[in-house]
Design a protein around this ligand. Structure first.
Ligand code: BDR
Ligand code: CA
Length: 313
């Protein structure tokens, strides 16, 4: 089978880093056309740098990395250093990347790349706030039919919010961007907290990363170890959710996941529930389905796949 062409839009973030590594470790399944960085977990100057650190760690200094929007479409940026640390990739000691950042703006890369590709041929994988994707759709609506699918991490319904009681971080940061993307008509697969909170990185799973014995294994163990402390304390669970790699694992092995095709809309008006993903799970409205909203996964299968693939780098 030809590998699926994707663009990863990201705000690394330790879990973003693991998602990028999983994609780069899976060239038979996935061809990464480029990585676009967005402001989110930490400001853009750090997310674009972190994306390059991760590419170099995977031995892919040739992969183009672009810096995109440094703030949401119409609101001030909210960041999450309290979860990811000051650098966004706190945990192991990191050196500055040597590979260059591309000159072009990430939004222009998205527009140019999608413009020249055939219809429904490129999958977008946003794992941060949706600012870059929405800005590209607004700038050049003609690219929308070129997108095969958007597989994103964001939102929450039964699991409720992680940045406010109602909202998940990625959607909360730029709800107007999310609204544009959710109404774009592109087939959406959504990995909300409902599923990512079942993908817990426990001590034995971190140890399995370490046992890989490579630099990648060591880094992923150190990142997930750092990440785990905060979330373990917050949720009182046996490990922290490893959110963003669920998107890439879904592209490689969709049968690890289950969900429903439903209508999902974004709250942009209320301050109290800003960024809430209003998911019609029970079909109580006649609003047309616009998303495959994932609710469950085979966590053992997911961690087996992840550890196996990371060992290939
Ligand atoms: C999402 O927010 C970020 O902190 C993580 O990287 C993930 O994309 C989880 O709410
Ligand atoms: Ca992220």
């Amino acid at each position: 089978m030809t590998p699926r062409k994707i663009i990863i839009d990201t705000d690394p973030g330790q879990d973003d880093a693991v998602a990028i590594l999983l994609a780069l470790a899976s060239p038979d399944d996935i061809e990464v056309l480029g990585i676009t960085a967005v402001a989110g977990n930490v400001p853009l100057a750090l997310t674009q740098k972190n994306a390059r650190i991760v590419c170099e760690l995977a031995g892919r200094a040739d992969l183009p990395v672009f810096a995109g929007c440094d703030a949401p479409l119409s609101r001030p940026l909210v960041t999450a250093e309290h979860v990811h640390g000051k650098t966004g990739l706190d945990g192991p000691v990191l050196s500055d990347p040597t590979m260059a950042l591309q000159d072009r703006h990430a939004v222009d890369f998205l527009v140019d790349t999608l413009s020249r590709e055939p219809s429904e041929s490129v999958t977008l994988v946003p794992i941060g706030p949706l600012t870059n994707i929405a800005a590209a759709f607004e700038k050049a609506p003609g690219i929308i039919p070129k997108v095969q699918e958007i597989v994103l991490m964001g939102g929450a319904y039964f699991e409720v919010g992680n940045i406010t009681p109602a909202a998940e971080f990625n959607i909360y940061v730029d709800p107007e961007a999310a609204d544009i993307v959710f109404k774009s008509g592109v087939p959406l697969t959504i990995m909300p907290l409902d599923v990512t909170h079942k993908a817990l990185v426990t001590a034995p799973r971190i140890e399995a990363f370490r046992q890989i014995g490579s630099e990648v294994g060591h880094m992923v163990a150190a990142w997930t170890d750092f990440f785990e402390r905060f979330d373990k304390e917050k949720y009182g669970s046996e490990g922290a959710p490893l959110h963003d790699p669920c998107t890439i694992a879904y592209l490689i092995q969709p049968d690890l996941f289950s969900g429903r095709r439903i209508n999902v809309e974004i709250e942009t008006g209320s301050e109290l529930t800003r960024g809430m993903t209003v998911a019609d799970w029970w079909g109580v409205t006649d609003r047309a389905a616009n998303a495959h909203f994932v609710g469950d996964l085979d966590a053992e299968g997911f961690y087996g796949l992840l550890t196996d693939r990371l060992a290939r780098l």
